[in-house]
Design a protein around this ligand. Structure first.
Ligand code: PGA
Ligand code: ZN
Length: 416
């Protein structure tokens, strides 16, 4: 079982939005690995730069001319060494030269190839025999913000979390039921609703944030009663997209309302209480650690999650830990670049009592690796949408992982 890298290939492919991205293949003596990078629409300012200045074409060239000659001959199971090499070849903090998406595709294809060389599923290669916890799927069912066009809710994502599900398949099916039930409810509240969806497959109706919360809560409650376990509601406010730094306030354009930091805090607290929210992501913009701390200290039984705030970055998470800002973190590997960096952030989160949530991006490829990351890194939640081929690819992979694990499979422990 040799993991020696013999060949490295890169190519330009398209993501779910039809944008160009990169796919990398690694061939070892005894195996093969492939990975492709997703792309964000509401990106954090402190994220790794996605591609070099010349875009995907330059990224492909960099893999072939700069990275491949260095990788060939190395062992694919020396992940940390290879990830350090990618950092060295790039020479910047934020992968400005080779691109964070280039680092992502190479780093993950290396792990995929190593697992394949050992004839192991990726999650087992990453997490060993203890990796048998399935994550709860956090699903985007209704939304707007930067993920949809026209007059849609200002809040980017209205999410559901089937916290009482006894198995992954039951959880995934409950999410689909809620998504479907919502369609029936939306036809009644938005007379012009044509079934339009945003980038992640969530319905994009012309209704207010408040109405959206009402219908999502209703769908959740009805389906919870039907399936016999609890499903709860959450939000990704994606507040950096609403924040106007000149006016120092959050601009809710569809609603025609502006809120300063204090009003935003009151607004979010009120929503958490009235809708029993279990999850709120990015309730404040990406530099406002202080408001995150204040909100976290005031709520109980609700995950306050940082996405743009932390950008999967150890340094930014460390600031959050010190200031007690939030209690959960979105893990998006291409925000930081390599698998090693992603694991270091996930590990720190766990050690510090933050719930790590492996997440898709709004522009995805049909690749399913994040399903393996969630199980391999033992993350209790995966955020990966409810419908749409590129989202279902991850869900179906988790259904498959649950099947491979058989009697050993159990739902993750989720303390909220
Ligand atoms: P993205 O963001 O569009 O950058 O992927 C999705 C999110 O905010 O969670
Ligand atoms: Zn987010």
């Amino acid at each position: 079982m040799s993991t020696i890298i013999e060949d490295v290939k890169a190519r330009k492919i398209l993501n779910s939005r039809g944008e160009a991205t990169i796919e990398v293949e690694i061939t070892t003596t005894d195996g093969f690995g492939v990975a492709s990078a997703p792309s964000g629409a509401s990106k954090g300012k402190a994220e790794a730069v996605a591609f070099p200045p010349g875009g995907v074409d330059e990224a492909v060239k960099k893999v072939e001319e700069l990275i491949a000659p260095e990788l060939i001959g190395l062992n694919a199971d020396e992940q940390e060494e290879i990830d350090n090499l990618l950092r060295e070849l790039d020479g910047t903090e934020n992968f400005a030269n080779i691109g964070g998406n280039t680092a992502y595709a190479v780093s993950l294809a290396v792990a995929d190839a190593a697992a394949n060389s050992y004839n192991m599923p990726l999650f087992q290669y990453l997490g060993g025999y203890l990796a048998c916890n399935l994550p709860y799927p956090l699903g985007n069912v209704l939304g707007g913000g930067k993920h949809a066009l026209g007059k849609v809710p200002d809040i980017q994502e209205f999410l559901i979390l089937p916290v009482g599900a006894p198995s992954f398949i039951a959880a995934a099916e409950a999410n689909v039921k809620i998504h479907r039930r919502l369609r029936d409810l939306l036809i009644k509240v938005d007379p012009y609703f044509t079934g339009g969806k945003g980038d992640e497959g969530a319905w994009a109706p012309n209704i207010s944030n408040e109405k959206a919360l009402e219908v999502v809560s209703k769908a959740c409650e009805e389906v919870s009663n039907e399936v016999g376990f609890e499903c709860r509601v959450g939000l990704d406010v994606a507040s950096s997209s609403l924040w106007d730094p000149d006016k120092q306030c959050y601009v809710y354009e569809s609603e025609g309302v502006k809120r300063d930091a204090g009003e935003q805090l009151e607004y979010i607290l009120d929503l958490i209480e009235r809708y029993r929210l279990i999850y709120v992501e990015d309730p404040f913009h990406e530099e406002d650690f202080e408001s995150f701390s204040e909100l976290t200290s005031k709520v109980d039984g609700c995950l306050i999650c940082g996405d743009d705030l932390f950008v999967t970055n150890v340094k930014r998470l460390s600031i959050g830990i010190e200031r007690k800002a939030g209690n959960a973190i979105i893990i998006k590997m291409n925000q930081v670049g390599t698998l090693t960096d992603t694991w270091n952030t996930t590990k720190l989160a766990k050690e510090s009592g933050y719930v790590p949530i492996v997440s898709h991006r709004s522009g995805e490829t049909p690749a399913f690796h994040i399903a393996h990351l969630a199980v391999g890194f033992s993350c209790p939640i995966i955020k990966t949408g409810v419908v749409g081929g590129e989202r279902i690819a991850k869900i179906n992979e988790l259904i498959y992982i649950e099947e491979i694990l058989g009697g050993k499979a159990k739902m993750a422990k989720l303390k909220i």
